[in-house]
Design a protein around this ligand. Structure first.
Ligand code: NAD
Length: 484
């Protein structure tokens, strides 16, 4: 296993457009280590012209890639899965260095992120159409699926590998070419992946990576270029709305994986110990910097004190905060100073409004952007922490009396990505799961993400699905051929 500095030296830092290329003008921007605030390295700063070069490359090979037998496309994806798996430790360390998360979290992400290549290697050969006789007897109907064409993927920093592979896997399997614009905080993982895809036999131009510090200016020209046919975005609802507007010009197909504000609902009849275990995962996975993170805990009053006490004990005894690469760390730093300030502000706002700090609640100070695992109780309904996405290791807990009140409180949000419910009553579990306004529901489960399942939201959490048999559909158009 390479040392940190050997690893950083081996990762490409130029753009990836049919191989490594410098940005026009030779500009670069820094990538920071959130555990220290220090600069890890610098990467190429793409210009709008570079983005157009990537689209030139994608458009040039689109037809050939679509015509490549699906088995061959699948074999390449499967090779990528094998190679990521073989280099799992390198990917994990790289993600920890640029994103901050603790190494065990990064290892989980490597497994999860790689799996999208294996899953879609298998799905590539299962794109089916239909053949039927028209009910009127006037002819035959053939339904045929074709790749939508060149795609642009814009991804966030919180899962530097998986947020990309969830898009690249199905796009390539469907026969689409793709340009990825990773978050400027975490460009290295995607550059390493592009190199690895090339080594695995992916033809030049099928996958490009453009890193830039000016996301809007650089991706803007692509959205109005008629050769681009699809935009797939994961990130904040605010940016997603802007991109939907910008996509209207070219009437692009769009998939939007946006923000979340997940409720975690615990009923009196729940197995409280299991609920605490689930809460630890739902809150602290990825240091709380996950769109699926439980944002607020609604606990029925009969078990409110027991749940709160046990949750606080679990956090106090099992969370070890520190640099993500250090042995024993389970909670790394937040991504940057802005995020640290946002989390601290949300906690301070809740406390000023009357919330009690049961655990944590105070940043230890630099170097690095650390915030401790925190539990707030007696949080008043108007506190911002209940309505805004926290994106940090803070758990606000509120009580409720009846099932109806619990469900209403859970649904009282503009978002609708995922909800969690703990109960031992099957009827109630199904009733609540059906009543929750979210694209996904975890029943007695604190983690729901699975490459074999359709991931996605409703309401302000967006539309489109990633993973499952649904994931590849996002990259396919339906053609109807009428036959006599
Ligand atoms: P963000 O919206 O700020 O940035 C996401 C990506 O968009 C980055 O690559 C960024 O550089 C780019 N971007 C920003 N402004 C742009 C513009 N004007 N034009 C083009 N690109 C632009 O989000 P973030 O802070 O990186 O990520 C956190 C957000 O992502 C949270 O809201 C989280 O819930 C969401 N998220 C959602 C999912 C999901 O599957 N629903 C998964 C992970 C994260």
């Amino acid at each position: 296993m390479a040392s940190e500095s050997e690893l950083l030296q081996s990762v490409p830092t130029s753009l990836w457009i049919g191989g490594p290329v410098e940005a026009t003008g030779g500009g670069t921007f820094p990538v920071h280590n959130p555990a220290t605030g220090e600069v890890l390295t610098r990467v190429a700063d793409a210009t709008p012209e570079d983005a157009v070069r990537a689209l030139d490359a994608a458009a040039a090979v689109q037809a050939d890639w679509a015509a490549t037998p699906s088995r061959e496309r699948g074999e390449i994806l499967r090779t990528v899965f094998d190679r990521i798996t073989a280099r799992a430790e390198e990917f994990a360390l790289l993600m920890t260095l640029e994103m901050g998360k603790a190494l065990p979290e990064s290892r989980n992400e490597v497994r999860y992120g790689a799996e999208f290549f294996r899953w879609f290697a298998e799905e590539a050969v299962r794109v089916h159409g239909r053949y039927l006789h028209a009910p009127s007897g006037t002819g035959r109907i053939v339904v045929h699926k074709q790749p939508v064409g060149p795609c642009l993927a814009i991804t966030p920093w919180n899962f530097p590998l998986a947020m990309g592979t969830r898009k690249i896997g199905p796009a390539l399997a469907a026969g689409c070419t793709m340009i990825v614009k990773p978050a400027s905080e975490t460009p290295l993982t995607m550059l390493l992946l592009a190199q690895l895809c090339s080594e695995a036999g992916l033809p030049d131009g099928v996958l490009s990576v453009i890193t830039t510090s000016r996301s809007g200016a650089v991706t803007g020209p692509l959205l109005t270029d008629p050769r681009l046919r699809k935009l797939t975005f994961t990130g904040s609802t605010e940016v997603g709305k802007k991109l939907i507007e910008a996509s209207a010009h070219g009437l692009l197909r769009t998939s939007m994986e946006l923000g979340g504000n997940a409720p975690f609902v615990v009923f009196d009849d729940a197995d409280v110990d299991a609920a605490v275990q689930g809460a630890m995962l739902a809150k602290l996975r990825n240091g709380g910097e996950a769109c699926t993170a439980a944002n607020r805990f609604h606990v029925q009053n009969g078990v409110l004190e027991e749940f709160t006490t046990k949750f606080a004990e679990a956090m106090a005894s099992s969370v070890s905060i520190g640099p993500g690469a250090e042995a024993g760390t389970t909670l790394g730093p937040l991504i940057n100073e802005d995020q640290l300030n946002t989390v601290a502000e949300l906690v301070d706002d809740a406390v000023a409004a009357g919330a009690q700090v049961r655990l944590g609640g105070k940043a230890p100070g630099g170097p690095g952007w650390f915030y401790p695992a925190t539990i707030l109780t007696d949080v008043p309904p108007h506190a911002r922490i209940l309505t805004e996405e926290v994106f940090g290791p803070v758990a606000p807990i509120v009580g409720f009396d009846t099932e109806e009140q619990g469900l209403a409180a859970a649904n009282d949000t503009e978002y609708g990505l995922v909800s969690y419910v703990y109960t031992r009553d099957l009827d109630r579990a199904l009733r609540i799961a059906e009543g929750l306004e979210s694209g996904m529901v975890g029943v007695n489960r604190g983690v729901i993400s699975d490459p074999a399942a359709p991931f996605g939201g409703v309401k302000a959490s967006g539309f489109g699905r990633e993973g499952g048999i649904e994931g590849i559909e996002e990259y396919l158009s339906t053609k109807y051929i009428a036959l006599s």
